[in-house]
Design a protein around this ligand. Structure first.
Ligand code: TMP
Length: 218
């Protein structure tokens, strides 16, 4: 068993780790930052679990393949996203945090508010109800939201030349709604969700993220 940092006074209990999520529209480039952030945290003594949504467990990855490839009803889509999330929380995220590990997760429930809520028009009350059921009191400690204009994101996606999935195939209006929903989440919870301007080059974006992490880690 890996030793966790302890909460002092000889209790031996691991201090709960921190839960950090990355968010942004497709093409924002957030996934390019996962590996160096994990390394940055590890260099500072944190044990880090890197994971993603939808996915993160064998079942979750199967659900991801369906979600990204198979046309489906919006409620089905939303329920599958939360089914994958429940599995992820129960099997990986919560146990890792309890062991004192830090969890770095590429997307979480803010993405459901943005994509199923904002993008597809599912009433936010429905997302809130599922959120309450699956993880009411549990929220990320820090969310990095990578923001950029839709036109720039679409150029990047086109340049990547990968076959677009079911979400990436959506039009500019869809992504405008997703971005607006993300920005509404930021306005609601600016302390947790920190905006990163994802427009400049990778090294400049990295600098912004590093500044946020330095403040967060103390
Ligand atoms: P990724 O490309 O960042 O790995 O994310 C896969 C897609 O899944 C992305 O287009 C957004 C979508 N998604 C939702 O629609 N709702 C969600 O709750 C999550 C986590 C992802």
């Amino acid at each position: 068993m890996i030793a966790g940092r302890t909460d002092g006074a000889g209790s031996g209990r691991a201090v709960r780790g921190k839960f950090i999520t990355l968010e942004g529209i497709d093409g924002a480039g957030k996934s390019s930052h996962v590996a160096w952030i994990a390394e940055w945290l590890a260099e500072r003594g944190r044990r880090v679990l890197v994971t993603r949504e939808p996915g993160g467990t064998p079942l979750g990855e199967q659900l991801r393949a369906l979600l990204l490839g198979e046309p489906m009803d919006l409620r089905t889509e939303t329920l599958l996203v939360f089914a994958a999330r429940q599995e992820h929380l129960a099997k990986r995220i919560l146990p890792a945090l309890a062991r004192g590990e830090w969890v770095l997760c590429d997307r979480f429930t803010d993405a459901t508010f943005a994509y199923q809520g904002g993008g597809r028009g599912l009433p936010l009350a429905a997302v809130e109800a599922l959120e309450r059921w699956v993880h009411e009191a549990f929220q990320p400690d820090l969310t990095l939201y990578f923001d950029l204009p839709i036109a720039v994101a679409r150029e990047r996606l086109a340049a990547a030349q990968a076959a677009p999935d079911r979400f990436e195939q959506e039009g500019a209006e869809f992504f405008e709604r997703v971005r607006a929903a993300y920005l509404a989440r930021v306005a609601r919870d600016p302390h947790r969700i920190r905006i990163v301007d994802a427009t400049p080059c990778l090294s400049e974006v990295k600098k912004q993220v590093e500044d946020i992490l330095i403040t967060f880690c103390g």
